[in-house]
Structures are given as C-alpha cells and as structure tokens.
Design a protein around this ligand. Structure first.
Ligand SMILES: Cc1ncc(C[n+]2csc(CCOP(=O)(O)OP(=O)(O)O)c2C)c(N)n1
Ligand SMILES: [Mg+2]
Length: 318
C-alpha cells in the first residue's frame, strides 16, 4: 500500500505529463517546431502506474507516444522537450525528435516511431538480462494497433518460450490512428491472445493509476522470479487526436465526454481529497510547481542551440 506522499507524487507526475503534452501541442500548432508529436493526454495513469511499480534499475521500452513514459521513468522535462525541439541539449542531441529519444542511464531504452518496433527491442533487452543473470526486468509499452504487427507476435512468443523477465503492457486506447478497435480485431479483448502464447493476460483499468501499479507490480514480480512474461491490457483513451492537428472526425464528441468523465487525474484527485491527503491549497501549490517546471523546460528548449553542422556525421554508423 502506498503512502499519502507516494500518491501525491503520482498525482503530481500525471499533472506534469498532462501539462507537458498540452504545452507541447500548443507549441507545435504555433509552428515553432517541425515534424510531428503524439501526446498521451488521457493516458497518464498507465505511464505513472507502471513506473511506480518497477524498481530503480529496471528498464522501459516505449513507442511513438512516449513522453509520458519517459517523464514517469525519471526523464528530465527540459531535455525531453529540447529533443522535441531538435536541439543539441535533447536526449538524442536533437537527432531523434519526439519519437526517438532514449536515456540508458535512466533505464529508458527508447521511444520508437515504428509501430510495434519497440517490442522486439524490449524482448532482446530482457534476453540480455536473463543471460547476464541480473534481477532487473523490462516493461514493453505498445498500443492496441501494435499488437496486430508481426513483430509483436514473434517477440511475445519468444519471451514466453524463454520465460524472459518482461512485462508486455498494451495501452488499448481504442484507436490506431483513425481505426477503431472493433474494425481491426475479431476479438473483444487483446488479452484473449495471451493463452495462445502460454502466458497470463490481465485486463486493467488504465485510467486508475493505483490499479495499473498493482497489476504491473504483480507482473514484474512474476518476471523477476523467472516465471516469464505477462500481457497486461490497460483500457484507456487518448483525449487528444492521434497526432498534432488531428480533428478526430472518426469518433463522436459524446464518446469523448464519456471518457473525460473517467479522467485519470480527476479520479485520483477525488480519491486524494476523500482520503484527506489533498485540499485546494496543496493542489494549487502542486499545480504551481508543475507550471514552473514546464515553463522552465520550454525556456531551456527554446534557448538551447541547434546541433552544429560540424556534428552532422556524429552518431552515424552506416
Ligand atoms: C510499421 C508502421 N506502420 C504504420 C505506421 C503509422 N502509424 C503511426 S502510429 C500508428 C497507430 C498506432 O496505433 P496504436 O499502436 O494503437 O498506438 P496509439 O497511437 O493508439 O498510441 C500507425 C499505424 C508506423 N509508424 N509504423
Ligand atoms: Mg491505440
């Protein structure tokens, strides 16, 4: 059971992720940065719950919607935003942008623009940990769409056969770009596939940070003790469009309103208030701190230098 302080910490981190993504979307719309970005607004509880469940030294592999995962895993908002801006001070020295950043020191083995591409990478990392007899585990994040990619099936099967120390964590936000879940799946739930690999599967309320934490902690324990992977399906919803500038014409405003009522931040806030752990004064202080952290990150990203032309061939191995 978490302490009050830990729960306040999850609340603060979810707010930080929400405000980071909202601000970043805004900056994109202003045309300040190029390329694209995929905000995880609405899905914050998955990232924060998962990060809260693992131990220091464990690893995460993310997907294209990865800022929240990285922030929750301890990434510095300044350097994440600087990477989105393509600046030298970003985690990938401005080469990766929103979808390709990593910090091995923080156990964040990278976001990935290839749908499903992170799953074999995570499985390979778990194999390395097993071969080195280390007691760390890997959490592999993917979307619902990614679970229809061949790479996902091959990697999960391998993880299961070799009982690798990995948790396969699917964020089922009901859409892959504009494709609704029921247009792309002949099954009701993705975890129906878990028995096909011979591993347990569990449906999780992905908008409840404490439920996510508990499910990931159990799956992590299983992975750590040599019993192999679990497939978790966190049911959630992205409040924003798929990427910047998506007008969300493929779904109804009514459906969105239903999910807004289940906002993970509002829900934890309510719980904390009922527990007596949060009042308006503390909430205001936390929100103030979060705003300052985002403003500082933006200032850092804007004022950081572009990569120099001289460094053009750095990190190129071809
Ligand atoms: C191999 C590949 N095919 C297609 C795309 C284009 N694409 C980018 S994101 C995306 C949808 C991914 O959906 P999902 O896995 O559910 O993640 P979500 O965006 O909902 O978080 C697609 C098809 C891609 N990046 N890579
Ligand atoms: Mg999806």
């Amino acid at each position: 059971m978490e302490t009050f302080d830990e729960r306040i910490g999850y609340y603060r981190m979810m707010l930080l992720i929400r405000r980071f993504e909202e601000r970043m979307e805004q900056v994109f719309l202003e045309g300040v940065i190029r390329g694209t970005c995929h905000p995880c607004i609405g899905q914050e509880a998955v990232a924060v719950g998962a990060a809260a469940a693992v131990r220091p030294g464990d690893y995460m592999v993310s997907n294209h919607r990865g800022h929240g995962h990285f922030l929750a895993q301890g990434g510095d908002a300044k350097r994440i935003l600087a990477e989105v801006f393509g600046k030298e001070t970003g985690y990938s020295k401005g080469r990766g942008g929103s979808q390709h950043m990593a910090s091995f020191a923080d156990g964040f083995l990278g976001s990935n623009g290839i749908t499903g591409g992170g799953v074999p990478i995570a499985t390979g990392a778990a194999l390395a940990l097993q071969l080195q007899r280390r007691d760390q585990i890997v959490v592999s994040f993917m979307g619902d769409g990614a679970t229809n990619q061949g790479a996902f099936h091959e990697a999960v099967n391998m993880g299961a056969v070799w009982k690798l120390p990995i948790v396969y964590l699917c964020e089922n936000n009901l859409y892959a770009m504009s494709t609704r879940f029921d247009e792309a799946f002949a099954i009701r739930d993705i975890i129906e596939r878990a028995p096909g690999y011979g591993i347990p599967g569990e449906i999780v309320d992905g908008n409840d940070v404490l439920a996510v934490k508990e499910a990931v902690a159990t799956a992590a324990e299983r992975a750590r003790s040599g019993e192999g992977p679990t497939l978790l399906e966190c049911k959630t919803y992205r409040f924003c469009g798929h990427s910047r500038g998506d007008p969300r014409e493929y779904r109804s405003r009514g459906e969105e309103a239903d999910w807004h009522a289940r906002c993970p931040i509002k829900r934890l806030r309510q719980k904390l208030v009922e527990m007596g752990a949060l009042d308006d004064a503390l909430d205001g202080r936390i929100r103030g701190e979060v705003e300052k952290e985002i403003a500082d990150a933006e200032e850092f990203a804007r004022s950081s230098p572009d990569p120099s032309l001289d460094s053009l061939e750095e990190g190129v191995f071809a």
